[in-house]
Design a protein around this ligand. Structure first.
Ligand code: SF4
Length: 665
């Protein structure tokens, strides 16, 4: 039996998503007993490379020209008009530019920084020669060229999205069709519609994949909503081309959103849908396909036109010690594309570099945060494989890939596990570079941070969420602002960069809470405790403590829709009445500037008043040349849309101006 495990489009471009590598490594342990051949494919990078190739760029230009002729020139968006004017140059340069971003043609950097090689569309409007020089100096040619080539890729992605298929983005495809989609109808309608050029490219590469692999079983793992449309589109093509193949759907999105699946039409595309860790359900399913008798574990199927769920509760999940060694065998490791879209040294970790992915543990050892899906298996079931197993996986992955960069993709890596790993790396003198997600625990003291740095840790990310002790307590985060200040300082003093996940819109959060949280974040940047951050808007999810007990947090959930398909975010009313849409604009603008070292001495209220921000940003530019690029990149000051709720008055912060300094004293 041949089993093909697939990542559907679209997801990160710089490195494979790890699910197929883990499942492939696990199933190969059982290959002999099941007479099984297991292979894997990444349709996401394959679709990207196909769309960003000379033949597809030429096809896109042809289609856009036809449309422009019938629409009339005045109707053509700026990005499309620019592309059509330079379409031949785009077709000539796209493959060299992608090869350069794959690090396969470094000498091209010198031509790219000359600024006459790549056509430059609207995304380049934000940069100036002088600003580039300030950011990269005279010797940073390669980095500068990667930044320019990344803007070029962004321009082309805009053309694909605006001109051909509005669902297409570099890291997601058709996301809205699946995210918390109570009904299957929109996805079905999209799948039945006239295919776009992106759809056609995906169909073509699916056909080639099938011809090369000839699978009996295809297991598609959809980690996020942005992979679901691609998963179903591929499944439809596979169904038509290989009617006897068995199709299975699993992955992070399924585990989170399909827990109440009642939609029989899903099984027009897939024979089985599995929940939670895929190892046990997939192993049992493959045995069942062979012997017809093995019980299924956490698996939906359709019987008599109804969705049924089969689960043999006597079977346990595979312990983390026994899931084997992940393998990237079969994936095109030298064809992943590193992009550098933002001039922030920490932010680039997510899009730049080919990281091997490992975990120190399954689930989260804390599992208390009230906004988090702690009732689900991927958070709630904590299982450590042990440092010896982690080390053997690290050694094996270095051996297989030749790469020594590792991303710890734990929900929150345990400090004790990190210490043990660091001690082992140091004692074995194994030189690797790694980063990962943590909680800002007080056990990360200067001594531990120094050890982690010595062992190759270069960056950490962690949740500060709403930087307010009242709200941190309500969310049971288990940290305080003072603790976060001390821990992040310990990391940065050790030379480890820090990214903070921030949140706004939490139940009962007032305008004052938000302004004060921004002031604390400002001070953390100014004190050099954090180098990068991102604001997430709070969402009440069905499987979080807040979603399960909203009254305890002062909110009311709106009556649920008739859910037959996906279920995750739940609409709610918060009587506090804060206009989080308005505040979110200012928060993002402030953060963007802070990450470029701009505006750190500006009163935080000014980010919420667009015109004033523009003047102050200009003032900073005049005072400090080194900050020009960031100010040029800043989110435009006029993007705040009209709002239907009463205007928000932004009060001054109540936070002492030296709060973080005092925490660190
Ligand atoms: S938010 Fe992070 S630390 Fe909190 S329970 Fe979830 S995974 Fe654990």
């Amino acid at each position: 039996m041949r089993c093909l495990i697939v990542t559907p489009p679209m997801i990160q471009l710089n490195t494979p998503y790890p699910a197929t590598a883990y499942l492939c490594g696990f199933l190969r342990q059982h290959a002999a007993g099941l007479q099984l051949q297991v292979t894997q494919a990444d349709a996401s990078i394959e679709l990207f490379l196909r769309l960003f190739s000379a033949p597809l760029i030429t096809r896109m230009a042809g289609e856009l020209r036809r449309r422009a002729r019938s629409a009339g020139r005045a109707q053509v968006p700026v990005a499309i008009a620019h592309f059509l004017e330079h379409a031949d140059r785009y077709a000539q340069t796209v493959e060299p530019a992608i090869r350069f971003l794959q690090r396969r043609d470094p000498s091209l950097a010198l031509r790219i920084v000359g600024r006459a090689f790549l056509p430059e569309g609207p995304r380049f409007a934000q940069i100036t020669e002088e600003a580039l020089h300030e950011a990269f100096g005279t010797l940073g040619t390669t980095e500068q060229a990667r930044y320019l080539a990344s803007l070029y890729v962004d321009d082309l992605a805009d053309v694909w999205r605006i001109g051909i298929d509005p669902r297409f983005e570099l890291a997601r495809y058709g996301e809205r069709l699946a995210a918390s989609a109570a009904s299957f109808d929109p996805l079905q309608t999209a799948l039945d519609a006239e295919p776009t050029l992106v759809d056609e490219a995906l169909d073509e590469l699916t056909a080639e994949m099938l011809a090369a692999q000839k699978p009996d079983v295809v297991a598609i793992s959809a980690p996020f909503p942005g992979n679901v449309y691609g998963a179903f589109r591929m499944a439809r093509h596979i169904r038509a081309a290989l009617p006897h193949a068995t199709l299975v759907l699993g992955g992070g999105w399924v585990n989170t959103e399909l827990r109440a699946l009642r939609e029989p039409r899903v099984f027009d595309y897939f024979d089985y849908v599995t929940l939670d860790d895929g190892e046990r359900p997939l192993l049992n399913l493959l045995k069942r396909l062979r012997d017809g008798a093995t019980p299924l574990v956490r698996t939906y199927l359709r019987r008599d036109k109804q969705v049924v769920f089969e689960h043999d509760a006597t079977q346990h999940d595979i312990p983390q010690r026994d899931t084997g060694i992940p393998t990237y065998d079969g994936l095109p490791l030298n064809r992943y594309v590193s992009v550098l879209e933002m001039l922030n040294p920490m932010h680039r970790f997510w899009s730049d570099g080919r990281w091997n992915k490992i975990t120190l543990a399954h689930g989260c050892y804390w599992k208390k945060c009230t906004f988090c899906d702690v009732s689900l298996d991927y958070i709630g079931r904590y299982d450590k494989p042990g440092t010896d197993v982690v080390m053997s996986r690290i050694r094996a992955l270095i051996e297989e890939t030749g790469e020594t960069g590792f991303h710890l993709v734990d929900e929150a890596a345990p400090p004790a596990g990190m210490r043990a790993l660091a001690q082992q790396l140091v004692s074995e003198k194994l030189a690797i570079t790694w980063w990962g997600n943590i909680r800002f625990e007080k056990s990360f003291n200067p001594e531990l941070c120094a050890l982690l740095a010595r062992a190759g840790c270069v960056a950490v990310s962690g949740g500060l969420e709403v930087a307010s002790d009242r709200l941190l307590k309500l969310m049971k985060k288990g940290v305080t602002v003072e603790q976060v200040a001390r821990v992040t300082r310990a990391f940065t003093d050790a030379g480890i960069m820090v990214h903070a996940y921030l949140m706004y819109g939490f139940p009962t959060e007032t305008v004052q809470d938000t302004v004060d949280a921004l002031e604390r974040v400002r001070q953390l940047f100014a004190a050099g405790c954090i180098q990068s951050a991102y604001w997430h808007r709070f969402a009440a999810t069905a499987h979080s403590p807040i979603g399960l007990d909203p009254q305890a947090y002062g909110i009311t959930l709106r009556p649920p829709a008739n859910i037959t398909f996906a279920h995750n975010d739940v609409a709610f009313d918060d009587p506090t009445g804060t206009d989080h849409d308005f505040l979110g604009q200012g928060l993002r603008k402030a953060l963007y500037n802070y990450m470029h070292g701009v505006g750190l001495d500006v009163d935080v209220r000014e980010w919420f008043e667009p015109q004033v921000v523009a003047q102050r940003a200009g003032a900073k530019r005049r005072r400090s040349g080194s900050r020009r690029l960031a100010a040029a990149n800043a989110v435009p000051a006029t993007t705040v849309p009209p709002t239907t709720v009463p205007p928000t008055t932004v009060p001054p912060t109540t936070v002492p101006h030296d709060l973080i300094e005092r925490c660190l004293a």
